[in-house]
Design a protein around this ligand. Structure first.
Ligand SMILES: Cc1cc2nc3c(=O)[nH]c(=O)nc-3n(C[C@H](O)[C@H](O)[C@H](O)COP(=O)(O)O)c2cc1C
Length: 303
């Protein structure tokens, strides 16, 4: 069955990528999953300097998902390049490096450091606070995110994806980053959330608030994908609460070209492989032989 997907000059062997921050750097996952069988891998967020992340607890479970406040812990781009990236690049699939910074210059420096690496592209996490704007996330401020992508485009000609926050002026930000030169959008990051530890009369997470992911967010992010595709007709990686092959097809039906699987991988490292196998089974049930036939089908139906 033909599951290939083309996005801005890249051909993905299938539409299932692993989402940033939810598969470590693959060292444990490889015992459960052939990472080369996937459409691609998006690395954990990488910054210019190493970051320790937030104090524990960093995860709170909810009935249909989890709230995390990891705090973007990572070894920094130089150690990442030397020790972490080489084994990831050994997998025969696309590798997108997710990067972030607290200033535009920091983003540019990380991109510059990665410029000569044989990666497939960069994913910008713009859900992080912009120090120059008093902590307002880049992705909530169309003017700053526009400047960021325009500056990056002056030196980085490769595949560039912007990962949007799911709240704020999402449509305006999405339109702006595409006009500034981004190739695709990842829709979306986690939703602002909190959990309470009533026994100890405090917030459950060390940092206070966090981001909600998992099945609870699927209908919300599905709507975002639908809204953004309807308005922009741009290439979208759908990302939010995917746990089955059917979920993947729903995202594709709503206008996503491909998807990223996050929390489901944390729940069971075999899940991405199962999801991939289910896509073929579900397509068969629907009487389809090509994934492409389902793409944006919702816009061709009566609704
Ligand atoms: C533990 C954890 C760590 C994450 N780390 C990152 C990160 O470093 N950069 C990023 O852009 N998104 C990060 N995310 C967000 C996920 O990549 C994904 O966008 C989100 O969890 C929604 O997808 P899901 O419901 O399939 O998990 C993280 C999510 C979780 C649960």
């Amino acid at each position: 069955m033909d599951l290939t997907v083309k996005i801005a000059g890249l051909t993905f062997k299938n539409p299932v990528l692993l989402a940033s921050g939810t598969w470590g750097f693959g060292e444990k996952l490889k015992n459960y999953l052939d990472l080369s069988s996937l459409g691609g891998l998006v690395t954990k967020g990488i910054s210019l300097k190493p970051r320790e992340g937030n104090p524990p607890p960093r995860i709170a479970e909810t009935p249909c998902g989890l709230i995390n406040a990891i705090g973007l812990e990572n070894p920094g781009v130089e150690i990442f390049k030397k020790h972490v990236l080489p084994p990831i690049l050994a997998w025969k699939t696309h590798v997108l490096v997710n990067i972030f910074g607290e200033t535009i210059d920091e983003f540019l420096a990380v991109a510059e450091a990665l410029k000569d690496e044989p990666i497939s592209g960069l994913e910008l996490n713009v859900s992080c606070p912009n120090v120059a704007k008093g902590g307002l996330a880049f992705g909530h401020d169309p003017a700053t995110v526009k400047a960021l992508v325009e500056e990056l485009r002056k030196t980085y000609p490769g595949f560039l994806v912007v990962k949007l926050p799911p709240v704020g002026p999402v449509l305006e930000v999405a339109r702006t980053v595409l006009e500034a030169g981004a190739d695709a959008l990842t829709v979306a990051n986690t939703y602002p959330a909190l959990a309470v530890d009533l026994t100890n009369r405090r917030l459950a997470l060390g940092r206070g608030t966090g981001g909600l992911s998992g099945p609870a967010i699927k209908p919300l992010t599905l709507k975002l994908v639908y809204d953004l595709y309807r308005e922009l007709k741009a290439p979208i990686f759908g990302c939010g609460g995917i746990t089955s092959g059917r979920d993947v097809l729903e995202y594709i039906f709503c206008g996503a070209k491909a998807v990223q699987v996050g929390t489901a991988t944390l729940l069971d490292p075999e899940n991405p492989g199962k999801i991939l196998a289910e896509i073929e089974q579900e397509l068969e049930k629907l009487g389809e032989t090509r994934l492409e036939n389902l793409f944006a089908g919702l816009f061709k139906s009566k609704h």
